[in-house]
Design a binder for this molecule. Structure first.
Ligand SMILES: [Zn+2]
Ligand SMILES: [Zn+2]
Length: 295
């Protein structure tokens, strides 16, 4: 292993430690974290992750006005469709739907969690920032996040949620169309399915906001802290496992529920081995390249 790779492995650990310590030195296990900082922080100061890392600064500058506009448009359309579909679903609701409603919610949350893992794993592990169009717009934030995990806490609502709003535009549009084109009898027959699609779309939309909360150690609303404590959304302590280099596990970031079975099955590692054998591509090669940037 070369010195750059060693530096990158240490970087992941430091980024996570620096984040736990937080800008004000707080955090729920700051004591442990600070002793870790003492142990690892004396070497390679210039290569430490965070806002001053060379790679993080370069990636941050690639956030363009065109990208910002795309995020604004997606957020406005998605929230509008979410509100319209919510009203339609409430209008169609009857007490007989209640047992299926619970199942639809749990199924929607589970599928959203898996989708978050799949997208996160795909963007972390494959592709590069240099890919035409796609790279700067959609791979860049994942690279930045590993080098500077606190950057997400400085992003506003649009930057945090814009891409996820884009992902759910199609299902939200299809759902809205079904409400205006189908008969009352047809809508009654597919009410549970519509609830499932809606919950899935809502949780996919909120995934990066939930992810941002898992990196936020100060000023979270009490209800968010309770949801994290009850593990109804991604808890902070749980997500830290992903932020230990080389970032190869715990990719699910909506509720994180599926991280346990997927880790037990070695799901992501098996997929990576398969893809590497078929294509020859090395997992996380681009991620490591950005982590190693020193000038
Ligand atoms: Zn990641
Ligand atoms: Zn994270």
């Amino acid at each position: 292993m070369g010195s750059n790779e060693k530096a990158a492995l240490m970087l992941g650990h430091r980024s996570f430690v620096a984040e736990v310590k937080g800008p004000l030195g707080g955090g729920e296990s700051a004591g442990t974290a600070m002793s870790d900082v003492t142990n690892v922080g004396k070497q390679d100061e210039g290569r430490r992750g965070g806002p001053h890392h060379v790679g993080a600064q370069e990636l941050s500058k690639l956030y363009s006005p065109a990208k910002r506009l795309q995020e604004w448009v997606c957020v406005i359309l998605c929230l509008g469709l979410m509100a319209v579909n919510g009203v339609f679903l409430i209008t169609c609701f009857s007490i007989a739907h209640l047992p299926f409603l619970f199942l639809s919610i749990v199924a929607g949350m589970l599928v959203a969690d898996f989708a978050s893992g799949l997208v996160h794993w795909g963007a972390d592990t494959w592709g590069s920032v240099e890919m035409p169009l796609f790279g700067k717009a959609f791979i860049r934030p994942f690279r930045e996040h590993h080098i500077d995990p606190t950057a997400i806490t400085r992003h506003d609502w649009i930057e945090t949620n814009g891409d996820n709003c884009m992902l759910t535009l199609l299902p939200m549009t299809v759902l809205a169309c079904s409400f205006v084109t189908l008969s009352a009898v047809q809508l009654e027959a597919r009410h549970s399915w519509n609830c499932f699609v809606y919950v899935l779309a809502v949780f996919v939309t909120l995934t990066n906001q939930i992810h941002k909360w898992s990196h936020t150690y100060h000023g979270l609303p009490q209800v968010v802290e309770l949801l994290q404590k009850w593990h109804l959304i991604l808890p902070r302590r749980h997500h830290r496992i992903h932020h230990v280099s080389p970032h190869e596990t715990y990719f699910c970031i909506t509720t994180g529920w599926l991280n346990y079975p997927l880790e037990f099955l070695g799901f992501w590692g098996t997929l990576e081995t398969l893809i590497e054998k078929l294509t020859g591509a090395r997992p996380r090669a681009d991620d490591l390249k950005w982590a190693c940037k020193v000038k």
